[in-house]
Ligand binder design. Structure first.
Ligand code: ZN
Ligand code: ZN
Length: 272
């Protein structure tokens, strides 16, 4: 068991919450945050064959969990894993035995509570009366205890780091690095994002044949008025002020306005 093991972090937080004074609450916040990070990174370890460990160690927990959901869309859902004897292939007898339970936190729960814990790590402002401080501390202690209770429930799940995912790898055209996405995410959303936060290129994905996926980067074409060359700018980078260079004549451009227009659907003439 290491210092940053999820259980060690949680146990230290619980010990502070039950025995420590108010001045130690911020240390309990830190330990609870470490515990949340350890759970997320432990789950990501299952993907070390796809993403180098040193890369995802740099990810902020919010980004790490967002990526986890791209690898494994049901990572934030709870389910039980059951088995049943099969006298014939694909014909279970129906005598199901539960072999494990996957307990996870919702992405929204992680975001909210990870940030809330972070907010307690700053020096409080405008606390000029002792009564206010005492009241705040007991409120914070109660919130931390609720978070710790939820984490105990999650850690008690038997198969929290198990993965049942079917992954699809693709080479990002923007950064040339290998990314990964779960097949059912593609089926449901037809959307994938490059897993590297400094890139973040977005793709529209279509299945040409069963299991043969085509990744098309979402990009807008700008024709260079200087030389007539088509330049492609990734959609997620489009913003007022964005600068880009023509790939042929090296003329610099800057986006100075964007225009979206809309009209009542009933008035839009369709070509039949
Ligand atoms: Zn990329
Ligand atoms: Zn040009």
């Amino acid at each position: 068991m290491t210092t940053y093991d999820k259980w060690s972090c949680l146990e230290r937080a619980q010990s502070i919450l039950s025995k420590g004074g108010d001045s130690l609450l911020r240390y309990a916040c830190l330990e609870l945050r470490f515990c949340m990070e350890a759970i997320t990174y432990e789950k990501l370890n299952a993907y070390s064959g796809y993403v180098p460990t040193k890369v995802f160690k740099k990810w902020q927990p919010n980004h790490a969990l967002k990526m986890l959901l791209q690898f494994e869309p049901h990572a934030d859902e709870e389910f039980s894993l059951c088995i049943s004897p099969e006298p014939e292939l694909a014909k279970p007898t129906g005598n199901w035995t539960t072999i494990g339970e996957h307990r996870a936190f919702k992405l929204s729960w992680l975001n909210k509570n990870y940030n809330r814990l972070g907010s307690y790590l700053h020096m409080p402002q405008n606390s000029n009366s002792f009564d206010e401080d005492v009241e705040d501390s007991s409120k914070i202690r109660k919130e931390l205890q609720e978070i710790a209770t939820e984490l105990v429930r999650i850690l008690d799940g038997d198969i929290s780091s198990m993965t049942l995912a079917t992954r699809v790898q693709f080479k990002c055209q923007a950064c040339d690095q290998i990314s990964v996405v779960h097949e059912s995410v593609l089926r449901e959303t037809h959307h994938a994002t490059c897993i590297y936060p400094e890139c973040g290129a977005e793709y529209h994905v279509i299945e040409e044949d069963r299991g043969n996926w085509q990744f098309k980067m979402k990009a807008i074409c700008f024709k260079c008025p200087n030389c007539g060359t088509n330049n492609w700018l990734e959609s997620h980078k489009l913003d007022i002020g964005t600068k880009f260079k023509c790939r042929s004549c090296a003329e610099m451009y800057q986006i100075i306005s964007g225009e979206w227009r809309y009209e009542q659907e009933s008035k839009i003439k369709t070509i039949s």
